[in-house]
Write a protein that binds this ligand. Structure first.
Ligand SMILES: Cc1cc2nc3c(=O)[nH]c(=O)nc-3n(C[C@H](O)[C@H](O)[C@H](O)COP(=O)(O)OP(=O)(O)OC[C@H]3O[C@@H](n4cnc5c(N)ncnc54)[C@H](O)[C@@H]3O)c2cc1C
Length: 264
């Protein structure tokens, strides 16, 4: 790891100003992805700008037909939140199965989305629920936010402040976890709501993505049986020592059936 400066701004404006002054700087959420990346020498920011002191990034609340979660909310806080459990229980369940207790107590919603690991859990929920990512300067629809492996629509000095999740009629997440890290070898989040049926897949491909064949089958009939015989193409899926593309395609169909069954 190389030397770096450290700042802990007291408000959002000061954090963004610090990032604009340090073009090689990086925001620090819970450090559960950024610090490992720095230790591996894959990133060497000149300055870390900690977001943990920003009140603007805190809080969980329901506003009309949306659940709003501050970007600085930890995975453990989401998992334990009575508001989240009532509004979107699948989201609390997802957060409670991220990594281990240390990761859940430090890692944040905003950090997970900004990092956009292709095997991360939250991106599947954000995409399937048709959520909106709110930043210090704009609102970004989930369909436009995720742009490829570790690639998002964020500008380098842009801070995620919150995520607005439309309340679904039904939603569930099923994950086949890597036994060591608990990252998704394959995870499927299924949601039905005002925007119709949306199915998002994580872990299987180079980036979180929606599955057109699964959405079509579930739009016709929202039941696990509707997925019998639906083929998930293996083309473009990850092929690595943890699983072949064909195995991952098989798992996508299995996880989708489990998620729909869990919707009740
Ligand atoms: C052992 C281990 C197991 C894990 N298992 C899982 C798992 O099962 N599922 C899963 O989904 N994840 C898993 N993770 C990743 C974990 O969820 C991280 O918490 C998350 O990826 C990053 O969140 P963070 O707050 O720690 O962000 P950081 O590591 O601090 O930052 C990550 C990136 O996001 C940027 N950033 C942080 N916050 C913001 C913000 N508000 N606005 C803009 N940019 C921001 C940083 O500059 C950096 O580029 C695991 C991690 C570890 C170490």
């Amino acid at each position: 790891m190389q030397n770096f400066g450290f700042q802990k701004p007291r408000d959002l404006a000061a954090a963004v100003a610090a990032a604009k002054k340090a073009p090689e700087g990086k925001y620090l959420g819970g450090g559960q992805s950024l610090l490992p990346v720095m230790k591996l020498g894959l990133a060497a920011p000149s300055e870390l700008i900690a977001l943990s002191g920003l009140a603007e990034l805190k809080g969980v609340r329901v506003e009309g037909k949306e659940l709003v979660i501050g970007a600085g909310t930890t995975h453990a806080e989401v998992a334990a939140s009575a508001e989240v459990k009532k509004a979107i229980p699948a989201l609390a369940d997802l957060a409670g199965h991220i990594g281990d207790p240390q990761v859940r107590n430090r890692g944040t919603l905003g950090g997970s989305l900004a990092h956009d690991d292709p095997s991360a859990d939250y991106p599947a929920a954000v995409l399937a629920l048709g959520a909106t990512v709110v930043t210090d300067r704009r609102r970004i629809a989930a369909d436009a936010f995720f742009q490829g492996m570790f690639q998002t629509a964020l500008a380098p000095d842009e801070v995620i402040t919150a995520v607005r999740f439309p309340l679904p009629e039904k939603a569930a997440y099923a994950k086949f976890p890597h036994p060591a890290s608990k990252f998704a070898l394959v995870g499927v989040f299924v949601a039905r709501g005002a925007g119709g049926v949306r199915v998002a897949v994580t872990g299987a491909g180079p980036s979180v993505h929606r599955s057109a064949p699964l959405e079509k089958a579930l739009a016709a009939r929202f039941a696990p049986e509707a997925l019998a015989g639906v083929a998930v193409p293996a083309g473009g899926l990850q092929n690595d020592p943890f699983g072949s593309a064909e195995y991952r395609a098989h798992l996508v169909a299995v996880m989708a059936r489990r998620a729909v069954a869990a919707c009740g």
